[in-house]
Design a protein around this ligand. Structure first.
Ligand SMILES: Cc1ncc(COP(=O)(O)O)c(C=O)c1O
Length: 396
């Protein structure tokens, strides 16, 4: 009698270490028409006219000449965009830059190039959870350490030698940003450690050109998704010292980014003045939002930068607030919870920046949920995290 046993299936990698730590999907927009989407850091306003016109006219103009074929590393627009990026980050030369399909691809490229499964990584939390997932695909040896500010980071770095440290600048979600001096100090003090500076939100501090450090252990990742509002086109870049970049280039996807994305990014950099007005306005609105949230009793880092404001409730859970906002006001805000954020208590939310009118609606809605009596003293952010950053103040 023959017994039929199922043939063995190929074993899959254990992905549980990369799983999202919370049911995040309900706070993501299902389509473009979702009412108010403050759960992701994404510019919601109108893009400068030249950028819109370039994108709209692109296919009409280039379809016949093969714009749907593979993009080319040697196209005119590739060269022009790299030149424009170097002008924008004034101290860079073209051999220091790699164009990527968004900063996510840049991060993946760095982690693939540097990390083996025995390497130890320091991932300060709270921070950008997708980066943690990408790191964990390469190594299990990741220390997630609560780091709110420079002093906590220095202490963590003293405890163990690390192959790589990921730093989101300004940090998503706390809004904390290191000064140039602090970054240089870290890089010089730990020459065997690769510091990955994810500068997704640097533009919002008018702080951007200073992060062009010519050190072999610093790699900066940038994107057109956030400050330039081109997230859907998937374009970003990384930069470092030329020899480091040459090695990173070996693993890049040669078919990213698309020619359309490059043309749009080039037009965006040519429209800097208009973008700067948008960034100024968003920064003013952020200051207003922080104040408004504090007035209704939420704990907020008064010095938060970038595209998010992280706020703590003194009563009620973040899920209660987020559900209330979603169900009663059609506003999506992200609850922060779980290991990746290093916060046991379910009381923190992350609010993405948007236009002032939108945020006024949010504040009003939170006010309805969160009454004046719930106000309390700030506990989370230590003094060095709350202080004004001298670099930033100088540039204002
Ligand atoms: C800190 C940080 N890095 C990277 C990304 C991904 O950006 P991109 O669209 O460039 O891949 C995000 C997106 O939210 C982010 O917050």
């Amino acid at each position: 009698m023959s017994t039929s046993t199922a043939p063995p299936e190929p074993a899959q990698m254990d992905l549980t270490r990369c799983k999202r730590s919370q049911p995040y999907e309900i706070y993501c927009a299902k389509d473009f028409a979702t009412p108010i989407k403050l759960s992701v850091g994404e510019y919601d306003g109108e893009l400068p006219k030249p950028v819109r016109e370039t994108v709209i006219g692109y296919f009409a103009e280039h379809l016949e000449s093969g714009c749907l074929r593979y993009p080319s590393d040697h196209s005119t627009v590739t060269r022009e965009l790299k030149e424009a990026i170097c002008r924008y980050n004034s101290m860079l030369s073209e051999d220091q830059v790699i164009l990527t399909g968004g900063s996510t691809e840049a991060l993946r490229l760095i982690f693939d190039t540097y990390l083996e499964d025995t390497d130890k990584v320091l991932f300060p939390i709270p921070s950008y959870s997708n980066a943690l997932n990408l790191i964990r695909l390469r190594t299990r040896r990741v220390d997630t350490v609560l780091c709110l500010g420079f002093d906590m980071l220095c202490q963590a770095l003293q405890k163990s030698p690390y192959k790589l440290v990921y730093l989101s600048q300004p940090n998503n979600p706390t809004g904390y940003v290191f000064s140039m001096d602090e970054m240089e100090l870290l890089a010089d003090r730990h020459p065997g450690t690769v510091f990955v500076l994810d500068g997704c939100y640097l533009e919002f501090d008018r702080h951007y050109s200073v992060y062009a450090m010519n050190r072999p252990n610093v790699i900066v990742v940038r994107t057109f998704s956030k400050a330039f509002g081109l997230a859907g086109l998937r374009i970003g870049y990384l930069y470092s010292r030329a020899d480091v970049v040459a090695r990173l280039a070996l693993l890049r996807d040669p078919h990213l980014p698309s020619e359309l994305a490059k043309v749009a990014a080039l037009t965006a950099l040519a429209s800097l003045r208009q973008y700067e007005a948008i960034w100024e306005e968003l920064s003013r609105t952020r200051v207003w939002l922080i104040d408004a949230l504090q007035k209704i009793g939420l704990e907020v880092n008064p010095n938060a930068r970038g595209m998010f404001v992280m706020a703590g409730l003194h009563e009620g859970t973040n899920k209660e607030l987020c559900d209330f906002l979603r169900e009663q006001h059609q506003i999506l805000v992200k609850p922060l919870k779980g290991e990746v954020f290093g916060l046991e208590e379910a009381r923190y939310v992350r609010i993405g920046m948007a236009g002032k009118e939108t945020l006024q609606r949010l504040v009003k809605a939170i006010g309805a949920f969160y009454s004046q009596e719930r106000r309390g003293a700030s506990q989370l952010f230590p003094a060095d995290c709350r202080r004004a950053n001298p670099d930033i103040c100088a540039s204002r």
